[in-house]
Each structure stands twice: as C-alpha cells, then as structure tokens.
Design a binder for this molecule. Structure first.
Ligand SMILES: Nc1ncnc2c1ncn2[C@@H]1O[C@H](COP(=O)(O)OP(=O)(O)OP(=O)(O)O)[C@@H](O)[C@H]1O
Ligand SMILES: [Mg+2]
Length: 288
C-alpha cells in the first residue's frame, strides 16, 4: 500500500497554501509538524479528497485519487480539526449515525460501534449524551468514529489539541494499537506528541515541506547547533535577545540557557544533543 503526493499544490486565490509537495507514505505513523498556517489542514484535506489540488496529485497505489472516487473514500478515516459533535446524541447513537453516513450496514455498524466504545474506554458511558463528556472523551469518540469503516488510511488533524497529559499518553498507546498496517498521518504543533509516536516526521513551513524522515535522521540537520550556556545577569540577557532560546532554568543563581544557533553563542557554551523541540525552534523561531 502506498500513498504518493506528487508536486501537490493548493492555492486559495493568489495565496499559495501548499507548494509542490512530494512525499511517499507506506504503512506507519507520520507526524506532520508545523506552525499555525503552515498548511497542515490543507494537506490533509487534499489527501482526503475533500479539496481539489490546484496542480499536482495524490495517488493511491499508483492511481490518482480523483479517478478512484468512492473506492478511495471508503479506505479513508478522517478526524477534521474542527470536528463537530452532536451534543444531544449519545455516544452510541453518534457512532451509529456516522456509520450510516459512511454507508455501513446496520448490523455491522452496531457490532463495530460497541467494539470501538470498548477499545476507547467509552463503553460505560455509551448511553450518555455527548454534551456531558470531557474534551478528552469527545476526542476519543472522534477518533473512534474514524475507524468505523476499518480504514487503511487514517488522517487525524490535531487529534491531541486540548488533551491533558494523561489523555495524551492514552492517545499514544491507543494509536499504536490501531495503527498496525495502516498509513496514519497526524498533525500537531505539539512536538512531544510526534516525538514519541511517529515513525517519520514531516516538517512543513509556509506551504513547503522542509524535512521528511525518521527523527534521528532529521535531527542530524542541527547536530552541533544546540548549546547549553551558563550565564548570569547582563550576559544572560544578551544571550536571550541575540539567540533562539529553547529553554531556561536556574541553577546556583545562574541562568542555564538551551540555545539553537549555527555559531557558538558564548565562550563557555557546551554542545548538547539535539531534540525535536530544538529543531522546531530552529525552523520556526522567526515566526513566533
Ligand atoms: N479556505 C481558505 N481560503 C483562503 N485561505 C485559506 C483557506 N484555508 C486556509 N487558508 C490559508 O492557507 C494557509 C494554510 O492554512 P492551513 O489551515 O492549511 O494551515 P494549518 O497548518 O492547518 O494551520 P493551523 O495549525 O492553524 O491549523 C493559511 O495561510 C491559511 O490562512
Ligand atoms: Mg490546521
């Protein structure tokens, strides 16, 4: 199974939201990382065949998805970023309703819905109205809904937005369990979400794909550019204004700054092992 993006481009009027993206996806988990407005949602909607590309194409096993039509949409599960829930539906009725929209037969839909409620820890509240659910419970229900049709491709747009740390951990282990043999693409601007879960990371900025690869591979880009500097008073202030500071802590009255920089920021700087958060800052520091 293979999904291919070939010079995929989307313009809204004269605004280029995505610019000639080339990428190949095989079964595995892919993390799409980018700041607000980078083009993540646009890319996902193109992959789900909800938006039409301005030029270029998405191909599934070698065929343009626009030629596959319904045959393609039936292998897709999609959680939109602004997914709307129906507050007065119960969890069970919501899943049955979504299943009917996907054209699944009633017997199968019931069996599958119960199974998913169980998997996502919502079985006990299946007859409760969604308006009584916490954000995390709603999100789990949203993800459950994507799996009703047993999709081969799963597109999750910011699935962890608004989740507390405990729900995040739960999400990651659930994702691992249902990602088997699927192409899963999830977007986030929370670096740690993709750090632990994604087999490959795509860094997207201003509509272009900056990097695609395993974390260890893309981190090589900033090897030797991450520094830890101990400084006090004015020297610390000078470093803060001149360099991209990833984190800061205080030790023995001194500031310890983690800095990403091509050049050594100060004489006492010690080189540190890069992490994904450093890479993100390296690319996006000028945007914040
Ligand atoms: N329907 C639209 N009409 C015009 N411009 C749009 C439309 N949708 C998105 N854009 C623009 O395209 C760019 C990419 O938007 P997109 O929603 O894909 O970004 P994103 O990475 O998902 O951002 P976020 O992290 O905020 O969800 C942005 O500059 C946005 O303003
Ligand atoms: Mg978005």
């Amino acid at each position: 199974m293979q999904l291919t993006l070939d010079r995929l481009t989307k313009q809204y009027g004269d605004k280029t939201a995505l610019d000639r993206i080339d990428a190949v996806f095989r079964p595995g988990i892919y993390g799409l990382l980018g700041a607000n407005g980078a083009g993540k949602t646009t890319l996902m909607r193109l992959v789900c065949d909800i938006l039409k590309p301005t030029s270029g194409e998405v191909a599934f096993n070698g065929t343009n998805i626009r030629d596959l039509g319904e045959r393609y949409r039936s292998v897709i599960g999609y959680l939109p970023q602004d997914f709307g829930y129906y507050p007065n539906f119960t969890a069970m009725n919501f899943l049955l309703y979504m299943a009917s929209l996907k054209g699944l037969n009633a017997g199968y839909a019931k069996k599958k819905s119960l199974e998913l409620l169980e998997t996502f820890g919502l079985f006990a509240v299946k007859d409760k109205k969604i308006k009584t659910f916490s954000g995390g419970m709603k999100r789990r229900l949203g993800i459950a809904q994507t799996l009703l049709n047993n999709p081969q491709i799963l597109i999750l747009d910011e699935p962890t937005a608004g989740l507390d740390p405990k729900e995040r951990v739960k999400f990651r282990s659930l994702l691992r369990s249902f990602a088997e043999d699927k192409i899963v693409i999830l977007s986030t601007h929370i670096v740690t979400d993709v750090e632990y879960i994604a087999d490959e990371i795509l860094v997207i900025k201003g509509g272009t794909l900056l990097k695609k690869g395993a974390e260890s591979t893309i981190l090589q880009e900033i090897a030797g550019k991450v520094w830890e500097c101990r400084a006090a008073g004015q020297e610390a202030e000078r470093l803060e204004t001149r360099f991209a500071v990833c984190s800061r802590k205080r030790e023995n009255g001194e500031a310890v700054l983690r800095i990403v920089s091509d050049e050594k920021p100060c004489a006492a700087a010690v080189s540190a092992a890069p992490c994904l958060e450093d890479l993100y800052l390296y690319y996006f520091q000028r945007e914040v």
